[in-house]
Design a protein around this ligand. Structure first.
Ligand code: SF4
Length: 867
């Protein structure tokens, strides 16, 4: 069977995939060599998409109050409850909360229904949590939310500044492209990030700035550029409006030493950064969540755009500020007005725009003003002002800040609809109606990646059960609410044509987002559409989509940074792991991806850990005024003193306590409404569990009553890490399935070990210890396969009678190579480069996601040799 060209489900890089369907729900995944975003490369998540296409956990039928229902009944009920609520309480008493996982066509129909017919703009998206400060910054500086860069600029730049962006983990294919450009033309790399992440491994310079001091840094650099005569005065006078007091504000406290103090970095490093910037006119400044997820996010974005505008480093090859998005279709969402603060086709709520959209949609009911942004939206639900909510393809009970309050709000809301492809998420538990949506591999439409490239995502499998595409579900509700002709779409191409027509309708060059050249695309041409980037080389002509045709420098000053609070002396930062995506509903199905990090860990500087009496592997409770969660502690020199980091992925389903979303405040940036996830006042304390252990099992165990429980998929089963207090008798009884049991109980050493066999095969094994003496997981996990179980004595020992060398935690997921194997190869065979390690072990030679980790191991080995 020939490969179907589609796109990845996960991040904003937007990689093309060549997918060959090999069975009813199986598919072979390769990178699409013809896709310009990735030229055939994929990271670990994309490479293992084929492990996530089973029907495990899928929502396959509409459900009303937990009972299966027909589509007609469910849709009628949703339409009626929304209609009745609007009739009684007005249009602003209802809301949609949608997702950057939706395709553009889905997003367009949802926005049209809410903003054009319900007459409310209460539709916000989880992209609010991801990049809304970039949107607000772009609109202030350029007059439109336009990303003035493409991946080609990464190839053409001489200097790349990566700000608040763990690119190596979060956008791995772009990172590999950066490294390739560096190898080819010596591109210099500066990383600006409070944490020393894997992205720093190949950097020429890492500035571990104080969180939130980005404005001081970029204002300082701009002031330095002015002193050094690097301001492009001709460009400014031709293309940019400069407020009268702009340079005074930039100049405040911007001498090198003051900036170094504000940012808490060595002056010499700061000088090096300034010199690198001065020496390389072709500079791209790429930024993501570290900049956006801040209480000062919009100002930080504008400090970056100011620098590029004032030095004329924009609109030329290899010279641009570049916001890279987290989600696959955050950009498509922005194009249809997916945020509550934008209307459609890059228009805002100016009266002319409202009238124009009303004419185009043939309605008089277009919302006249912005709706509630995500945090306010859930607050309004909690306060009883929103009475009907529809959540599409996202999990706010986990991902919103102060997620405990969000859960309370969801619990109080009189009517909650969730359309999702997964049956049981932390959010679907609050749903009165659940609607089964298409998942990746079943969706059909378009996405726009971070560089404005529109690509097709194509269907690989038939829709399972009674699942339906999101656009179909929304238009059916719209029709049942009375707007029959306005939502008469038969296929995604119908919606795409309408969306492209709207982008060009009475545009006359006012907005750069104009994709009207596809307005008459045929169904066949839509099917065959090749990836294409709208906008071309934006801003190359020095004109901007503002009323004056000029960009704007925005005067921003560094707002004071909060000193650590007496009762909350640590600062919590949250973010992503390399091989997991959001709340793990899809990536969590892949045993390979699960092997990279098997538990949620809190990273802490060793000196902070020592002061708190925490050692590597301890459990640690992180508390904030909003809530508390428990994580496995890991010590890292990459953390600044006083700062800790936790991953966002684990939910109640996978963990009894490792849920990061409970912890951040719901404080937001004043311009964008984006929450500041990166700097929550917190405390950390060791959790003294009386015992710890783990379970491996063929079948997923149900709810487990213990202090600490986290579970991940492994090949042929599950690995559950456990810790707790008191007697374990009941726990053992609850956890072990029926079967032939072998066990050993060593009261003196405080350990119990149990293995359960059925038909000579291992189905479960449980190891508990009061001293922490536990066997290695990997050998035991391998015994869960279909082969006969090893001898009982080996099972209880947790190792083979002829032990294989311990390979350590998995580094290369593609070739299953462990850390100790790599370190041994480096030292035994004196390997000095990632390529040499790849030649010997294959590690790092497929997706490349682990190459920075291998680079770090080479560095560690060198340090060990040099003492
Ligand atoms: S970088 Fe990885 S996750 Fe992102 S689109 Fe490409 S393959 Fe998917």
């Amino acid at each position: 069977m020939s490969a179907i060209r589609t796109t990845c489900a996960y991040c904003g890089v937007g990689c093309g995939i060549a997918a060959t369907v090999t069975g009813e729900r199986t598919v072979e995944i390769k990178g699409d060599v013809e896709h310009p975003a990735n030229h055939g490369k994929l990271c670990s998540k994309g490479t293992h998409l084929g492990e996530t296409t089973s029907l495990e956990g899928r929502l396959l039928y509409p459900m009303i109050h937990g009972k299966r229902a027909s589509w007609d009944k469910a849709l009628d009920l949703v339409a009626k409850r929304f209609r009745d609520t609007i009739a009684e309480h007005g249009p602003n008493s209802v809301a949609f909360y949608v997702s950057g996982q939706l395709l553009t066509e889905d997003y367009y129909v949802a926005n049209k229904l809410m903003k054009g017919f319900i007459e409310s703009a209460n539709i916000d998206t989880n992209s609010r949590l991801c990049m809304s400060s970039a949107v607000a910054g772009h609109m202030r500086a350029f007059g439109e939310d336009v990303v003035p860069a493409s991946y080609d600029d990464l190839d053409a730049a001489d200097l790349l500044i990566l700000v608040g962006s763990n690119t190596a983990w979060c956008h791995p294919v772009v990172y590999q492209r950066i490294l390739a450009a560096r190898a080819a033309r010596g591109t210099r790399i500066v990383v600006i990030d409070p944490r020393r992440t894997e992205t720093c491994e190949d950097a020429d310079l890492h500035l571990a700035i104080r969180p939130g001091s980005d404005v001081a840094l970029f204002n300082g650099l701009l002031a330095h550029c002015r002193e050094a005569g690097l301001i492009d005065e001709a460009y400014l006078s031709r293309s940019v409006d400069v407020p009268d007091d702009f340079w005074d504000r930039v100049g405040e406290g911007s001498d090198l030493w003051s900036v170094a103090r504000s940012c808490d970095v060595p002056p010499a490093d700061l000088r090096r950064f300034f010199d690198l910037f001065a020496a390389h006119p072709r500079t791209v400044t790429m930024f993501s969540q570290g900049v956006n997820q801040s209480l000062r996010g919009t100002d930080q974005v504008n400090a970056i755009t100011n620098l590029h505008l004032a030095t004329g480093r924009i609109g030329k090859p290899g010279a641009a500020p570049f916001s890279i998005t987290g989600q696959p279709n955050a950009m498509g969402g922005r194009e249809v007005g997916g945020l509550a603060t934008t209307l459609a086709a890059h228009m805002d709520f100016a009266p002319d725009n409202v009238a124009r959209v009303a004419r185009f949609w043939g309605t008089e009911a277009v919302a006249a003003k912005p709706g509630l942004k995500a945090v306010d939206l859930f607050r309004s639900i909690g306060e009883g002002r929103i009475k009907a909510l529809w959540v599409m393809a996202t999990n706010p009970a986990v991902s919103m800040p102060d997620a405990g309050s969000v859960r309370e709000a969801l619990g109080k809301c009189p009517f909650v609809v969730v359309s999702d492809c997964i049956a049981d998420t932390d959010t679907t538990r609050f749903a009165h109606v659940k609607l089964p949506a298409a998942g990746w591999g079943e969706k059909d439409g378009t996405i726009t990646n971070s560089e404005r490239m529109i690509s097709r995502q194509r269907r690989l499998f038939e829709l399972p059960g009674e699942a339906k595409p999101d656009w179909w579900i929304v238009k059916e509700v719209g029709r049942r609410m009375g707007w029959t002709g306005e939502f008469a779409y038969s296929r995604p191409a119908d919606i795409y044509r309408e969306h492209t027509r709207l982008s060009t309708y009475q545009n006359h060059g006012a907005r750069l987002f104009d994709i009207g050249k596809h307005a008459a695309i045929s169904n066949a041409a839509y099917e065959e559409m090749e990836p294409w980037r709208w906008g071309g080389a934006v801003f190359a002509d020095g004109r901007f989509p503002t009323p004056t045709g000029r960009a704007r420098l925005i005067g921003v000053t560094q707002r004071p940074l909060q000193a650590p609070l007496a009762n909350w002396p640590m600062t919590l930062n949250t973010g992503r792991y390399r091989d997991q995506w959001h709340t793990m509903t899809r990536t969590g199905l892949s045993p390979k991806l699960g092997s990279h990090r098997r538990e949620p860990m809190v990273e802490i500087h060793p000196l902070d850990a020592e002061a708190l009496g925490v050692v590597e592997g301890d459990l640690a409770r992180v508390s904030t005024p909003q809530g508390q969660s428990i994580f496995r502690a890991t010590l890292s020199e990459g953390q600044r003193r006083g700062e800790i980091f936790t991953p966002i992925h684990w939910t109640d389903r996978q963990s009894s306590g490792g849920r990061a979303g409970l912890l951040p405040r719901s404080l937001v940036d004043p311009h964008s409404g984006q929450p500041g996830f990166k700097s929550t006042p917190a405390t950390l304390a060791r959790v003294a569990a009386e015992w710890r252990g783990f379970l491996i099992a063929r079948d997923e165990p149900g709810a487990i009553d213990a202090l600490w429980v986290t579970r991940v998929r492994v090949a042929q089963g599950w690995l559950v890490e456990l810790a707790g207090d008191g007697d374990v008798t009941r726990l053992i009884r609850a956890l072990l399935p029926k079967g032939e049991r072998v066990e050993t109980i060593d009261t003196a050493r405080g350990q119990t070990r149990h293995a359960v066999l059925a038909n000579g095969r291992l189905v479960a094994a449980l190891y508990l210890s009061r001293t922490g003496n536990l066997p290695s997981r990997d050998w035991l996990i391998a015994q869960l396969g279909d082969t006969a179980a090893p001898a009982p004595v080996e099972l209880l020992a947790g190792r083979s009678a002829t032990p294989a060398p311990d390979r350590g935690p998995v580094v290369c997921v593609c070739f299953d190579v462990g850390m100790k194997t790599i370190l041994a190869a480096i030292s035994d065979q004196q390997l000095a480069s990632v390529e040499a390690v790849g030649c010997k072990l294959s590690a790092g030679t497929n997706c490349g996601s682990c190459r920075p980790a291998i680079q770090r191991l080479i560095g560690q080995a060198k340090e060990a040799v040099n003492g």
